[in-house]
Design a protein around this ligand. Structure first.
Ligand SMILES: NC(=O)c1ccc[n+]([C@@H]2O[C@H](COP(=O)([O-])OP(=O)(O)OC[C@H]3O[C@@H](n4cnc5c(N)ncnc54)[C@H](OP(=O)(O)O)[C@@H]3O)[C@@H](O)[C@H]2O)c1
Length: 347
């Protein structure tokens, strides 16, 4: 971000409307724009120009994107952040999902339609939507989204929840579906309080399963309050699971990696009832499932999840929200790997 430009929350002018100052030195001219309206004059977006740690992330002034056929321009109100984005930024996924620079980031989003592209009838200006983009661009004040990847935001689904539903929600949905739970099954979820885990445990409970959730003690209250049997991970966890399950574990959802697939096999779980969203090597070795976001990344699944939230059957815990300009702090927080639920940017 240019140091003289205030973010869209802006400085307050005497009337209380945001004051946005923009100084464009890149084109060797000084332009000060004072806007007493609500829309940013030059929108901001997260960009990075090379692989690296959080310090490669910058918030830059960018051209306002223009929606094409089948697309709308969304003024983003909330956008979740996810560990996969951190891995892409670090270059760890270069072989599968390379970045081209300058790169934006972000898939999850919720916001208000600001413009519609040619022939778009499903949504109109001022409609409130939630959904996703595959263009790595939702960590921004404005993003162009395909209408097929958006659903209406139910009024009772809070913005930060709507804006962080896509990756975690579809992944949890896919993982729970993959292990074929029926009433009376016992399923173990590793990373039970994380973005994906916190939703997976509830969807598994919704199928009538007994759910054992592995988490640090700080999150046991939340898990117990959602009908989950919480257990601490670490030394002796397999024995604790055997005790808590009466030595019968039917299914295992691994959202953390680092040996849980092997542990599930050791607990006697059939490979086709183990789903790992992170440990592909173990999945290959033992023949387990790997269903994740891609297996359920549709507007239909999102609408279903939003409906569950609206009716009070699914709770998306929000660990923290950050303004877009604090994107580095948001990822530093996420990369500690001890989040309860979701961390969300609010552009
Ligand atoms: N394949 C896909 O489509 C897909 C989609 C989404 C995510 N993912 C991957 O899945 C993983 C989880 O994503 P997320 O968004 O849920 O992450 P997250 O929100 O950062 O959650 C991390 C969780 O891991 C737990 N944890 C930390 N150390 C642990 C340990 N030793 N054993 C068990 N749990 C431990 C933490 O629990 P405590 O705080 O209680 O310690 C925390 O709740 C990431 O690696 C991500 O890249 C894959």
């Amino acid at each position: 971000m240019h140091p003289w430009r205030h973010d869209s929350h802006g400085q307050e002018n005497p009337e209380g409307a945001p004051l946005v100052l923009s100084v464009n030195l890149a084109q060797s001219r000084l332009a000060i724009i004072v806007d007493f309206g609500r829309e940013p004059v030059v929108p901001l977006a997260v960009r990075f120009d090379e692989y690296g740690d959080i310090d490669v992330l910058n918030v830059m002034e960018v051209a306002r994107p223009v929606p094409g056929p089948g697309q709308v321009l969304v003024k983003v109100v909330a956008a979740g952040i996810n560990p996969g984005e951190a891995s892409i930024r670090k270059g760890l996924l270069h072989a599968v999902w390379p970045a081209t620079f300058p790169s934006g980031e972000g898939s999850d989003l919720a916001g208000v339609v600001a413009e519609v592209g040619p022939d778009v009838t499903r949504f109109g200006v001022a409609d409130e939507v939630l959904g996703f983009v595959h263009t790595r661009g939702s960590h921004a004040e404005f993003v162009v989204a395909d209408v097929d990847n958006l659903v209406a935001r139910p009024a009772s689904v809070r913005w930060e929840v709507a804006g962080s539903l896509f990756v975690a929600g579809t992944t949890a949905y896919a993982a729970v579906r993959a292990v074929n739970l029926v009433a009376g099954d016992t399923v173990v979820v590793s990373g039970a309080a994380g973005g994906v885990g916190s939703l997976a445990v509830q969807l598994a409970r919704g199928r009538g399963a007994k759910v054992i959730g592995l988490a640090s003690e700080a999150h046991h209250g939340w898990l117990a309050g959602h009908g989950v049997v919480p257990l601490v991970y670490g030394e002796g966890v397999a024995a604790r699971i055997r005790d808590a399950s009466g030595d019968r574990v039917d299914a295992f959802i691994d959202t953390f990696g680092g040996g849980y697939v092997e542990m599930a096999i050791g607990l006697g779980v059939a490979p086709d009832r183990i789903d790992t969203i992170i440990d592909r090597a173990a999945a290959e070795k033992y023949g387990t499932k790997t269903d994740g976001s891609a297996a359920a990344a549709t507007a239909e699944v999102l609408a279903k999840l939003a409906g569950l939230i609206a009716e009070g059957s699914l709770d998306v815990p929000i660990a923290k929200t950050y303004p877009l300009t604090e994107v580095r702090r948001a990822y530093r927080d996420l990369e500690e790997r001890h989040t309860l639920g979701k961390i969300v940017l609010e552009p």
